[in-house]
Design a protein around this ligand. Structure first.
Ligand SMILES: N[C@@H](CCC(=O)N[C@@H](CS)C(=O)NCC(=O)O)C(=O)O
Length: 213
């Protein structure tokens, strides 16, 4: 069975788990913590970053590399479009989501959740506020590109772009930071349409239960 090393509280691991679920593929989640010394995990992911992934003899790290593998190997339903423009847009939105993680994760989620909760070190609220101050212009950008209600970011079909952009918002929501629908009505309508899909909803419910425990 396919194996994903990591925990879905990581926005990158969540991307992979959502993609596997959308494709109806069976997989096992092998829990690894931050700074894990698990030798199989580290042999695949030498920087110790989750997720790492194994499918039989094949193994690879990095959520985007894993998503590209999955879509080529198990193409139904396709999550990455074939048309050149749409493919480029999907890759851009994947990068957008990953870069949003670097900001929201590094400054906000790390100091509000990861440090205090998992590493037993206090968070720096000044850094959190710096991160929060950077969000509005990114939300403004998204407000201009999200589709009409019920739509998807690229080519009218659910895919990598939607997964990658929505995933970091789950971490923001764990930090009690939500989109203000008065300021960003289109983003505020699109986001729940993606996060309420069973693939996202099931991992979000597990994460909330874990954080509440
Ligand atoms: N580009 C990688 C980033 C993965 C990543 O940064 N994962 C974080 C968790 S959200 C991690 O494992 N950090 C541990 C560390 O840096 O030691 C991907 O897309 O998978």
């Amino acid at each position: 069975m396919m194996k994903v090393y990591g925990a879905t509280i990581s926005p990158f691991v969540r991307k992979v788990v959502v993609a596997l679920t959308e494709k109806g593929l069976d997989f096992e989640l092998a829990p690894v913590s931050l700074r894990s010394r698990n030798p199989d995990f580290l042999s695949i992911s030498p920087f110790g970053k989750m997720p790492a992934f194994r499918d039989g003899d094949f193994s690879i790290a990095d959520s985007s590399a894993i998503l590209h593998y999955l879509d080529a190997k198990y193409p139904d339903p396709a999550l990455i479009p074939a048309a050149p423009e749409d493919r480029a847009r999907a890759i851009w939105f994947d990068e957008f989501g990953d870069t949003l993680v670097a900001l929201s994760g590094g400054k906000i989620f790390f100091n509000r959740v990861v440090g205090p909760r998992f590493l037993k070190q206090p968070g720096n609220e000044d850094t959190v506020q710096q991160g929060i101050a950077e969000l509005p212009r990114l939300f403004d950008y998204l407000e201009g590109v999200v589709p009409d209600p019920g739509g998807f970011l690229v080519g009218g079909v659910f895919g990598l772009a939607d997964i990658a952009v929505a995933s970091p918002f789950v971490n923001l929501s764990h930090c009690a930071i939500d989109v203000d629908c008065a300021k960003h009505p289109r983003l505020g309508a699109w986001l729940p349409s993606i996060l309420s899909r069973p693939s996202f909803a099931s991992v979000i419910a597990e994460e909330k239960a874990m954080l509440a425990a």
